[in-house]
Design a protein around this ligand. Sequence first.
Ligand code: Z5A
Ligand code: MG
Length: 212
Amino acid sequence: NNRNSDSRGALIVLEGLDRSGKSSQSSRMMSYLEGLGVSAELWRFPDRSTCVGQMISSYLANKSDLDDHTIHLLFSANRWEKRSLMETKLRTGTTLIVDRYSYSGVAFSSAKGLDIEWCKAPEMGLLAPDLVVYLNIPPEKAAERGGYGGERYEQLDFQRKVAHHYQVLRDPSWKIIDASLPIEDVEKPLRDMVLDCVKTCKKGKTLLNLWS
Ligand code: Z5A
Ligand code: MG
């Protein structure tokens, strides 16, 4: 492990619809980075291991009902409870590959009809990703993939709305990959984007806050 004290890790976020391949690509990325000797961890939101995460998990499994604003704030709180650990990891040189982040929070809640600015507000002050990769797939194609349909939100008409709201949220810095391609063809450009970002952060790119 040859990190030096002033080099930091990169905050890399994968976003995309249900079944776009975020989890598959995140874990493949971890093996790749490990092989290269890059210090990295795989994180995901929601983090279902915390108390807040358990409330979210029960909501997603349709075991509890919550007002749309309430669940939105819980998703946000679930990121806030990890913020300081996230900053420590990054500043001590660990790269974080994060499977869903604030963009999921805003895209899903605004797809339900909540005001987008209201949705963004509680995310302000969380750490801004150094790289956002959007795994782009038509909702119909994603729905054909395995395991679709178990949880709340896993319905085609709602996924179409979410896709639209991701487009509203998308900014020019996002990298877009065609996620309907075979796994290896998604992985290849993703590797290049990630390595490039890790390199830039190592050189001392400033860590910023989200939307503030
Ligand atoms: N949510 C929210 O509302 N607010 C928030 O703030 C946050 C989340 C953070 C739970 O998320 C829900 O919470 C989610 C958003 C909402 N609801 N929805 N929809 P989650 O992350 O726990 O679960 P998920 O993202 O819904 O779904 P997922 O199943 O984890 O999708 P994925 O990670 O993108 O896909 P995958 O597991 O890698 O792949 C799915 C399948 O496709 C699997 O069988 C793979 O083998 C296959 N696959 C993957 N890539 C390919 C390619 N390239 N070709 C063919 N087949 C492939
Ligand atoms: Mg997943």
